[in-house]
Design a protein around this ligand. Sequence first.
Ligand code: NAD
Ligand code: TYD
Length: 354
Amino acid sequence: MKLLVTGGAGFIGSNFIFYMRKEHPEDLIICLDSLTYAGNLSTLASVMDQPNFKFVKASITDRRAVYRLFEEEQPDIVVNFAAESHVDRSIENPEVFLETNIIGTAVLMDACRIYGIRRFHQVSTDEVYGDLPLDRPDRFFTEQTPLHTSSPYSSSKAGADLLALAYHRTYGLPVTISRCSNNYGPYQFPEKLIPLMIINALHNKPLPVYGKGENVRDWLYVEDHCKAIDRILQHGRVGEVYNIGGHNEMRNIDIVKLICNALGKPESLITYVTDRKGHDMRYAIDPSKIHSELGWLPETRFQDGIGRTIRWYLENQDWWKTIISGEYQNYYEKMYGGRSSAAPLTSDMKGKEE
Ligand code: NAD
Ligand code: TYD
């Protein structure tokens, strides 16, 4: 089987490549990545020289380059991880999100139509469903939940999902879509909550918690996400959407405190800063469809996964030090320099503040 993995130099894509190398060593993998700020070729160093792995640097929006690649390689399966993935960046500059996440996905699917494909898998997100209220812990996102996006990022992902379903219905393209909750694990770019807090804490820098830190995310260890995609590729029904998540809801503030404790750092590093615009309150996945149809369940408990992740960042400082010594500094200054810090507010202080 020949797989084209787009965005494979990023967080989840690289973990997926490692997972597939391990589980299906006979497969040939081609990684297509334009190496944006979030793509890192050093991440792929361990597979780069393997005979059944190939890296191609190009953008999924570059129709000519994508068609040439399909013509030369004739992949059987395409798994599309390539995307602009950070909500805060999408609030600053939506355009590149529309180009990569929507147009890029369309270009890939056009190539699939022209050159033929056994499966096009679109890696999507639970953020397409919008958010859930904190006071309704009984409610979860199912595949039937209406799309109701909040950020330019999630809107662009929802646009791509709708296009993928339209290509299935109109052209008969064999498409599957997965919508996963927040991932954590090795090789996550340090703009995202967990690695950012680990790295700041290691430097005894303030830990910038948006708003009151009460927003809830449903965290999944990245390898469990990779396993789920593999299951969908093998046994998923074409034209279907599968939600992926493991009922592991946590408040941001609790994650940040856990990281402080694990690293032996004082919670006084926590700094409450101006909230994200349009900040989604709670994400929570109902994974019963993928469980009952494909037998998938998450295998990594949060306590184990977060411990493994913190250790990874401690043991792989070269990987992230290279990142944070470059353009990242400008990003950090732009995103956090202007955010005023607020006095810590917790739910038990609610009411006193109003
Ligand atoms: P990431 O930002 O770490 O990596 C994205 C990769 O895509 C990078 O290697 C980047 O260079 C590449 N890329 C960006 N634009 C490109 C283009 N035009 N052409 C080719 N390559 C391009 O992202 P991630 O966290 O690994 O997310 C991967 C996918 O999973 C995304 O589609 C995202 O929406 C989805 N997702 C992420 C999460 C999460 O928690 N991180 C959860 C659910 C779904
Ligand atoms: P993030 O990792 O950006 O993922 P997403 O927004 O896609 O869920 O953020 C996770 C949560 O952490 C989200 O509620 C925003 C919050 N957050 C902070 O409080 N401070 C930060 O510095 C960052 C990056 C995120």
